[in-house]
Design a protein around this ligand. Structure first.
Ligand code: PLP
Length: 398
């Protein structure tokens, strides 16, 4: 394939042939390495939001690249009617680092949550209702979308799936009030990502565990964004010392390659019985090798520890900036999951960062969200923080 098109020529292709369901910046990214990406004109950007949270090891992490290169020339895909070593090894590695459950593999976060929703219903039939949380995000397919308590994403879609009810995030009494004889599960992000990096109290998650145990419900954690080291632990629930019955993973789970997984406790997992669920590409050899290489990279490079140090750096710098600027309402940091709540719209800030060649994100209108790579070097973190600080200072002065 030729890669000689100008940015404008590529943008024109999109205008003509790609469905415009995404807001896209007028930049054509061509290459990436670590926390840097280059566009097709050769301009270089510092990426503090690499791959929308998927590139937790930065762009093109070498062990993942090598594993995929080897595997793609050996066996690309075989169906799940066969065994394959890499999928088995990957399942064991995820199980060993979480709560010892069994894995079902798929290709995305929404699919992992669909599997969790079906498992909960199958496990508890005829109970079928699931409680989820306002501001949560679980994906775009109809089941996961119905679990996503954000009305803006339901508009114009027509009837969503029955059986979901929504509680305010952090409100245990509201959850208790929603539980009835037909409730089978609670599905929650241990830290809400798209909802603005909302970090709950330990008491809230422990309280959910208690309610689930009292009422025979499955406690299901959507760790699609928080999982795989993002928060400085393998999985966010380990920060809160609360173990779910089911956990969903995607985004960073394959180091930037597409992949997803659902882990379920051993006594629950068999409820997803043969014939009741499947994903054609789930756990394919490429994804499995990438998944294994991701976990190995985190371990061999001691990245959980680096992530916690990075976290402190971001927290210190951003809290100091908050003291300086009224513009910043709140700073929320867990690992390298970072939310900066502003008193103004965040989109213009992100646009100005882009002009300064820094990539960031805005969610919930007023929250600047950074999901930097967990192997971001400290000096690059300082560089990015400097650009962001300058943009915010200019905004405050304006
Ligand atoms: C991104 C995300 C999803 C959806 O993942 P896709 O791979 O886009 O389907 C689900 N849950 C959470 C918490 C997410 O951040």
């Amino acid at each position: 394939m030729s890669t000689a098109l100008s940015s404008q020529a590529t943008i024109d292709l999109f205008k003509e042939y790609v469905i415009p369901n995404y807001g896209r910046y007028p930049v054509n990214l061509a290459r990436g390495e670590g926390s840097w990406v280059w566009d097709s004109e050769g301009d270089k950007y510092l990426d503090l939001f690499p791959g929308w949270g998927c590139n937790l090891l930065g762009h093109c992490p070498p062990r993942v690249v090598q594993a995929v290169q080897e595997q793609v020339a050996t066996l690309i895909h075989v169906p799940n009617t066969w065994h394959m070593e890499a999928q088995g090894q990957w399942a064991k590695m995820l199980s060993d680092r979480s709560f010892g459950g069994q894995a079902f593999f798929c290709n995305s976060g929404t699919e992992a949550n669909e599997a969790a929703i079906k498992l909960a219903r199958l496990h508890s039939s005829p109970r079928y209702k699931i409680i989820t949380f306002q501001g949560g995000f679980h994906g775009r397919t109809l089941g996961a979308l119905s679990a996503t308590a954000q009305p803006k994403y339901h508009q114009g879609i027509g009837p969503i799936c029955a059986g979901f009810s929504y509680a305010p995030f952090g409100d245990l009494e509201a959850v208790r009030g929603l539980i009835d004889d037909e409730t089978c599960a609670i599905l929650v992000e241990p830290v809400q990502g798209e909802g603005g990096v909302r970090i709950p109290s330990q008491e809230f998650l422990a309280g959910l565990r208690e309610l689930a145990d009292q009422h025979g419900l499955l406690l299901m954690f959507d760790e699609v964004q928080t999982g795989c080291g993002r928060t400085g632990q393998w999985f966010a629930h380990q920060h809160f010392d609360v173990t779910p019955d089911v956990m969903t993973l995607a985004k960073a789970v394959c180091g930037g390659v597409a992949g997803g997984a659902m882990l379920a406790k051993r006594e629950i997992a068999p409820s997803l019985r043969p014939g009741m669920h499947a994903a054609t590409f789930g756990g394919n050899p490429l994804a499995a090798r990438a998944g294994i290489a991701t976990l190995e990279t985190i371990e061999e490079d001691d990245l959980l520890s680096h992530c916690r140090q990075l976290s402190e750096l971001f927290r210190e710098r951003l809290e100091a900036l908050q003291q300086e600027l009224d513009l910043i309402r709140e700073v929320r940091v867990l690992g390298v999951m970072i939310g900066i709540e502003l008193a103004v719209e965040g989109a213009p800030i992100v646009a100005q960062c882009l002009e300064q060649k820094l990539l960031a994100n805005c969610t919930q209108s007023t929250v600047i969200r950074l999901l930097p790579a967990m192997n971001l070097p400290f000096d690059e973190a300082e560089q990015g923080l400097q650009i962001l600080a300058d943009v915010l200072r200019r905004q405050q002065a304006a």
